[in-house]
Design a protein around this ligand. Structure first.
Ligand SMILES: [Zn+2]
Length: 160
């Protein structure tokens, strides 16, 4: 039996624009470290019947090898796995779709494993000169108008 472990496993997208926020967020919340599953589309891969078992295998290992108790699903804005933001008419429809998929993924994980918790987050990013700034917000609660307002502003800044 392994003598090392950590409390969380993070499932997120490979998109380079969100990596700094995902790392900052997870490091801040889990000082003992975390397992990290990074793949195109992130949590969306769990809803896809073709890729689901690969992700589930990794989640099983995180639990068995490292005693992980919590899963963090982090979807994001403008994800290529959805065809980017332009595939949606409005930010609110994009957010609804990505969050709905993560809620489905959460149910699938809860049905398969006894994790203490499965939490759902969204990463957003803005372009700052040549680099990207990103941040993570909790998403398994209804996103109120104030939050959506901030995100709309971010999206406008994204144009520069
Ligand atoms: Zn993505």
């Amino acid at each position: 039996m392994s003598q090392h472990g950590c409390s969380a496993v993070v499932v997120s997208c490979m998109d380079y624009r969100i990596q700094s926020a995902v790392m900052r967020f997870a490091s801040h919340n889990f000082e003992d470290g975390f397992d990290y599953l990074s793949m195109a589309g992130g949590p969306k891969r769990i809803t896809d019947v073709i890729t689901r078992s690969r992700v589930m295998d990794q989640l099983k290992l995180a639990k068995e090898l490292h005693g992980v108790r919590k899963v963090l699903l982090i979807g994001h804005q403008d994800c290529g796995a959805y065809g980017g933001s332009e595939a949606f008419g409005e930010l609110s429809s994009e957010v609804s779709r990505v969050v709905a998929d993560m809620m489905t993924a959460k149910q699938l994980i809860k049905a398969a494993f006894r994790y203490e918790g499965v939490e759902v987050y969204l990463a957003f990013m803005t372009k700052n000169g040549r680099s990207w700034k990103s941040h993570v917000i909790k998403a398994d609660v209804p996103l109120d108008d104030a939050v959506m307002g901030i995100l709309e502003v971010d999206e406008e800044q994204d144009q520069y």
